[in-house]
Design a protein around this ligand. Sequence first.
Ligand SMILES: C[S@@+](CC[C@H](N)C(=O)[O-])C[C@H]1O[C@@H](n2cnc3c(N)ncnc32)[C@H](O)[C@@H]1O
Length: 264
Amino acid sequence: MNSVLSFPERGNYGKSSWRGNVSGHVIGELLNFFRPGLFVDPAEGSGTSRDVAREKGIEYVGLDLHEGFNLIRDSLIGRLPRPADYVFFHPPYHDMVLYSGNVWGSQPHPDDLSRCRTRGDFLAKLEVALLNIYDATRRGGHYSVMIGDLRRNGDYWSIQSDIMQIAPGRLEGILVKVQHGATSSRACYGGLFIPIMHEYILNFKKDGCVVGMIETGMAVSRKLADLQRATWRAIVEFALTRLGERPVSRSCMTLSKRTRRRGP
Ligand SMILES: C[S@@+](CC[C@H](N)C(=O)[O-])C[C@H]1O[C@@H](n2cnc3c(N)ncnc32)[C@H](O)[C@@H]1O
């Protein structure tokens, strides 16, 4: 494996009809490299990761909003038998493909990452999702985010660059994945700009402490210091999400209120 991935065929994994699906060969390469005991995909879409994990005999947990798991509000670690060795996260690329009420379901879901009204809203929710993933990854384990950049009305938005600013953990490398069969590859833009023909896979290692310790009432400042690059807003939102799932203790309440006052 090197830093450029190019698979013209997606293989017999997941559903080719699921818009925005990833080639199973990409997942296969990542699993060959990270060799996880427990592999998790919290937005598995058509189940590409599930099919590859089954073929390789790797223990797997796959979830998605369309299956009732909400990465913005539900604790990921709470759905796992133990912290994950490796998490693959392939979120919507903002509103490039609309999922709820379009690819699945009859109504738009308010927490669907593809239904965020603004870029700011998308990044804020994505940051909470990344903290949730980080929390569910074992110390020393890895997670990857697969993402593409967007061009709208001549404006180029590098989502991958924004993710690098907000993702917790240590960046270990960036892979470029060549896009095959994308709409932009067939379109003619009259030489106005260069069509985007690639996506990124950002690999992070969890080397900090566990966000979930917030439940135990331990000093939040210590955890925040260990969380690289996470903003106050996302941390508070994530903490409140976690607290909302269990009875809120007095000390935790005090902690959250104090944190909220000091936030941006
Ligand atoms: C790019 S697709 C994943 C495609 C998948 N890798 C495949 O090969 O089929 C993004 C997925 O994110 C899911 N999603 C959006 N918002 C979510 C949320 N809040 N929690 C969990 N999943 C979410 C969508 O339902 C969609 O299936």
